[in-house]
Ligand binder design. Sequence first.
Ligand SMILES: Cc1cc2nc3c(=O)[nH]c(=O)nc-3n(C[C@H](O)[C@H](O)[C@H](O)COP(=O)(O)OP(=O)(O)OC[C@H]3O[C@@H](n4cnc5c(N)ncnc54)[C@H](O)[C@@H]3O)c2cc1C
Length: 382
Amino acid sequence: MTDLPLDFGEAADLERLRLDFRTWLAGHPLPARDEDEPLPVFLHRWHRILHEGGWVGLDVPREYGGAGLTPLHQVAISDELGARGAPGVPRIGYLAHALLEFGSAEQRTRLLPRMLAGDDVWCQGFSEPGAGSDLAGMRTRADRGPDGHYTVRGQKLWTSYAQYSNLCLLLARTDLTAPAHASISAFVLPLDQPGVTVRPLRAANGDDEFCELFLDDVGLTEADRVGAEGDGWALAMTTVAYERNALDTGHLSKYGLLVERLRRKAREHNGPLPDGLLTDIGRCVVDYQVLVAHTRRRIAERLAGLAAGPESSVDKLLMTRVEQRLYETALRVFPEELHGNGGEVFGDYLYSRAASVYGGTSQIQRNIIAKRLLRLPAGGRA
Ligand SMILES: Cc1cc2nc3c(=O)[nH]c(=O)nc-3n(C[C@H](O)[C@H](O)[C@H](O)COP(=O)(O)OP(=O)(O)OC[C@H]3O[C@@H](n4cnc5c(N)ncnc54)[C@H](O)[C@@H]3O)c2cc1C
């Protein structure tokens, strides 16, 4: 196993947590994936095993089913899993944050323990045809009737794994007269109800991750709304800020394994590597170290109580650079991974192409950095 990139060994209780987890993991290894078992079903099985062991939601308050520890404790678990090439803890942190920050006490109590346990499986219904980068341009509507109930009409797109989910964090426009950012509200949409149609889309790599979500006169109540009417934009920005960081995913350790493989290859190769490959491997190592250093800083900020904000756009760009360069280089160093059914590196290489799109494209991250962090004036011709 490689060095763990986020080893904050100085905290004794964290060290104990890592040791406890390693002991538990020795008795609960990653189960084998059944033939023909869809990836999300397999990951859900793993989610439940981790939850039963008490390793999910470590940073969520105890009253909502978590362990009431710090984000660092949860990161340590992701880190341990990633370093073993195992899937990380389920990626629900960003949804949990949305509920913790915007949900009512009743919603947190009702929804968070089930989310952590994997009793409910969530998807994210933000993007629409024509409203991805321009999310504020969404057209899905939730019209409130005199009885206070909402009727939802519209279409969502790219909704990952909606076919395996029973709940959707949905954004819809509730006020057609207000400016775009003040007119959006968020809802918890149960998918198993009349008027909801989920249609999976087949991607170029054969996966059926994406879905279209059609909403035809779907009924929702006020109890389904998260936050006040018009809070949807702020909730969405909170959600994506937590989605755009490298802390919770275990990706760092996973990248670390591959960086180590590349370094070993460079060391052991007989004679010079072809076509500047050594330089590319060097770049991967440096990019990775920059991301690790940056992530450590983010951890320190989170422990100091700072919420994730627009700085996450920097994280997202750094992660994308590491991921895409790393897998591109790995395929040149290990071309055999391109053959047969495609090794794990090949599958990861294909998925790395999406890193500059999901969670907001790289261009949009640069726009956010320019406007909200650097406060640059808007571009365009005079
Ligand atoms: C693997 C994956 C999983 C996803 N999962 C989900 C999900 O679960 N739920 C969900 O809601 N969405 C999901 N998405 C959708 C994702 O959020 C959108 O694809 C993304 O925001 C881009 O929107 P778009 O596809 O409509 O592209 P567009 O917004 O049409 O962009 C097209 C191109 O134009 C560029 N562009 C657009 N506007 C600007 C601008 N102002 N300045 C500079 N360049 C610009 C973009 O950078 C891009 O290159 C997922 C996407 C991927 C790839």
